[in-house]
Design a protein around this ligand. Structure first.
Ligand code: ASP
Length: 439
């Protein structure tokens, strides 16, 4: 078995956290390739090293002396070195970094040093080989990630290497200049490495025990999702459930490699397993519930709309021409509704209204703002009768008025639109009917 293990910033924020990580890695010899993030927050008011690096680089760009700021960053690493009793000195590395900052090596270079230095410490601590991600994670000359080249280079490099530490978050362009992924991008590196070595599992270690069925700020102590498919995850992430970088899914998904989200602070928790497909029956009918506030509905009415061929196309074209993406389009015989993100729509509102008048000559256009959408997602819904009935009974019981309903053709999700004020009550009611009563 081969496993790739990625550790997030909070898992590597201090020597104490490094020790936990060391224990986790040594507990299984299959955990062979390690992807560290930069040190994250040690406590809630702390600052992530990545943010400190960006800040320091901004000062360098403004020609301010950065000695003090770099010293504070260096202390973060020194604390880890001392706490672990490592025989490593980062003096030379920090000299180089200072020079490069002063010579304006770029903010991507600056940010990447967080993972680079943490990788050096991790490799020394584990006595694993260190591989600079700049040598194996390739971006093209436009700065776009080159997945095929990376896959070739990486698989060749790791072919005869029993284990290695490869820092997350960055790689290099053909001219050698450093390029990073977007924030949280170490997740992507882990996934890329898992693909390249044909890993059996990609373990992503963080500070939560996996995905929760609902947002814990709304539902008290929600259950953890044991197994989720990539498609279900996509639906939930789209609605705001975040644990993993969205781009981290693609490399492993195409190889059918599962991802296991685990908690460094509770290593015995099984976490959430993300899979391409499974015949494992979900524990509850519903896998997860997620939602977002801040949508707006544009309700278009026109007598005899149903016989007007091309009506929907002309409506959507107006949105396209205004650069607005739509979320849903529920329709009736003489009504057509378009649901959009309110903040995206607001700036272009008047242009859209006049565009709609010109395009379809409606009887009325009515705008309804302050809508929240809730996605009830679950592969178990397909085989179960009465799911929609239970959702709406629960909402009625909680005195929540349903403004919109949309069931995806996959029967994987039911989207419910309610007013922003009813958002929390609606999620609680749906959670209770499916999880609390099925417990
Ligand atoms: N250190 C980077 C960030 O804070 C990348 C990562 O942690 O995944 O965004």
């Amino acid at each position: 078995m081969k496993k790739v293990v990625k550790f997030g910033g909070s898992s590597l924020a201090s020597a104490e956290q490094f020790r936990k990580v060391g224990e986790i890695i040594h507990a299984e010899k299959d955990r062979r390739y390690v992807i560290p993030s930069a040190p994250g927050k040690r406590f809630s008011s702390d600052t992530k090293v990545t943010d400190m690096l960006y800040d320091c680089y901004n000062s360098a760009s403004a020609h301010t002396d950065i000695t003090e700021k770099l010293n504070v960053i260096k202390e973060r690493y020194q604390e880890i070195i001392d706490g672990l009793g490592l025989q490593v000195s980062l003096d030379e590395e920090f000299e180089t970094i200072k020079n490069n900052f002063e010579n304006h090596a770029g903010s991507d270079y600056a940010a990447s040093r967080g993972e680079y230095l943490n990788g050096i410490l991790m490799a020394a601590y584990l006595e694993y080989e260190f591989i600079d991600a700049a040598e194996v994670i390739c971006f093209d000359e436009d700065g776009v990630f080159d997945s095929e080249k990376t896959n070739q280079v990486l698989s060749k490099r790791l072919e005869n290497m029993p284990n290695a530490v490869i820092p997350g978050f960055y790689g290099a362009m053909p001219d050698g200049s450093i390029r990073t992924f977007s924030r949280g991008g170490s997740d992507i590196t882990g996934s890329i490495v898992a693909r390249a070595i044909h890993a059996d599992l990609y373990e992503n270690w963080t500070d939560v025990s996996g995905f929760l069925v609902a947002d814990p700020r709304i539902v008290k102590n929600p259950q953890t999702i044991e197994t989720i498919t990539y498609r279900e995850l996509r639906e939930l992430s789209y609605m705001g459930a975040t644990v993993l970088h969205a781009d981290a899914i693609f490399p492993v998904r195409r190889e059918g490699i599962p991802i296991n989200i685990r908690n460094t602070n509770r290593p015995l928790d099984p976490g959430t397993l993300i899979v391409e497909n499974t015949c494992r029956k979900p524990k509850y009918t519903v896998t997860g519930i997620a939602g977002k506030k801040g949508f707006c509905a544009i309700n278009i009415e026109k007598d005899m709309m149903n016989s007007e061929i091309g009506f929907g196309r002309r409506v959507l074209q107006v949105f396209e021409e205004n650069g607005i993406s739509f979320e849903h389009t529920p329709s009736g015989i003489d009504t057509f509704q378009v649901i959009v993100h309110q903040d995206e729509f607001m700036e272009k509102e008047q242009g859209v209204i006049s565009g709609l008048h010109r395009a379809v000559n409606p009887d009325t256009i009515d705008l309804e703002s302050g809508l929240a959408l809730i996605a009830v997602v679950g592969r178990g819904m397909r085989a179960t009768r009465g799911t929609a009935g239970r959702i709406f009974a629960a909402l009625a019981h909680a005195n929540v008025n349903v403004k919109m309903i949309d069931q995806g053709s996959s029967e994987l999700n039911i989207i419910v639109g309610v007013s922003n004020e009813d958002f929390e009550a609606a999620i609680k009611a749906i959670y209770d009917i499916f999880i609390t009563t099925e417990l």
